[in-house]
Design a protein around this ligand. Sequence first.
Ligand code: AMP
Length: 498
Amino acid sequence: MSFASLGLCTPILEAVANQGYEKPSPIQAQAIPAVLEGKDVMAAAQTGTGKTAGFTLPILERLSKGPIVRSNQVRALILTPTRELAAQVGENVATYSKRLPLSSAVVFGGVKINPQMMRMRKGADVLVATPGRLLDLYNQNAVKFNQLEVLVLDEADRMLDMGFIRDIKKILALLPKQRQNLLFSATFSDEIRELAKGLVNDPVEISVTPRNTTAKTVKQWIHPVDKKKKPAVLTKLIQDNKWKQALVFTRTKHGANRLTAYLEARDITAAAIHGNKSQGARTKALANFKSGEVRILVATDIAARGIDIDQLPQVVNFDLPNVAEDYVHRIGRTGRAGAEGQAISLVCADEFKELTDIERLTQQILPREDVFGFVPTNKLPEPLPLRPLKAKKPKKPKKPKAEKVNNQPDGSNGNKPQGNKQKSNQAGNQKAKSRRSSGNNKPAGKPSYKSDAKPTGKPAGKPKGRASGKPQGKKPQSQKPQGNKARNGKPSGTAKQR
Ligand code: AMP
């Protein structure tokens, strides 16, 4: 199957060929026709499967045939859980739409809102956003949804993990009822299915990897080691194997900082990326890693989510994740789009339960290999036989929580606050500029996984809270209907000459 046979227009086919993609990946082969037909889609796909192009290409195709976007309006909204993923999806959209008369923008929190408000005055055919900043912009009248045609929830499982459900529900309530909905998630938990019920309409269901499996192209094994020896073992592995680069996962932010300092002290260039780092520091660390200046990127799960790095051959779990699903996400960082990768986990005796959970979830016993000179004194127990995964029982309906109100010392109702985590977790503004720098000159033919165009989001200034950004003096000008003509009719609006 070729991209041309999927019915995409020449400018999109050229953009795809420029990226060096020879044929559609399985998710693309299934998602593109469904989206082109205007169907709702629910897709189980890990990052690395080519899902971004799977939804972006047909959306661009459809948008290119529709009306011109008006001031402050959005025609396709892509919601992502993290700023890194937003920037990355934004780069993809800019790259694929380079030869089309369509505009795109990226908005996320943690950086100044004003440039984003200014940008939205022109409207955006495609807006990639994290939920909190999108709501801020909406509340300041900078974003309107009257023209919205398509909604994409990308990495929906992570959105829920990060507590975005309330913001997502608020956003859904603001959108026109008549729209196309696309839901992408690496894993399909019961919570995601619950969310999907109120979102997608008679969806085409696509699953390119069986539930919770890791990519076959990734070779995985574990090194049993004593906890205290992990930094030394990692150093040995980096040096003995002469790894050019590796992405290393730690469970905690402090752990990431400590390990980075340890490696740096041994002349191994390293940078940490986690939620306590400013957006500027995160962008810089990622850019330095992508450019090869930094050899080891040490990351926590949330920070690394969705990061797409060219041909990353090596992932190391310095600590196993608490949640077995995160193992699947981590492994998704390597072996992307068919490339080969290795995922090594350093496992101490304390982590036996986490290891067992991972082995059960992925339905495989991970091979074990001792590291010469580091055979653990605290032995890791033998693997437990694999038990098949049970289907989860449906949850009992929750009791009303009214009686809990005000029974907490702080007068709160004792429920965990939700939905505000993103405030510290979002940032940036990526302008359409990035499309000019996004590596379109690669020769066709070779699989070329990505450009290393850097997000152009400026480093965070003083972040403004929701209430602090003043509405922009004058109201956005062009609220008058501006030539809602089809693109192939004559545009009358001033927003854009197609
Ligand atoms: P994604 O799953 O969207 O994060 O994509 C993973 C990687 O696969 C990205 O680096 C894409 O540039 C690359 N990719 C997407 N589609 C294809 C394709 N059809 N052939 C080769 N690489 C692709």
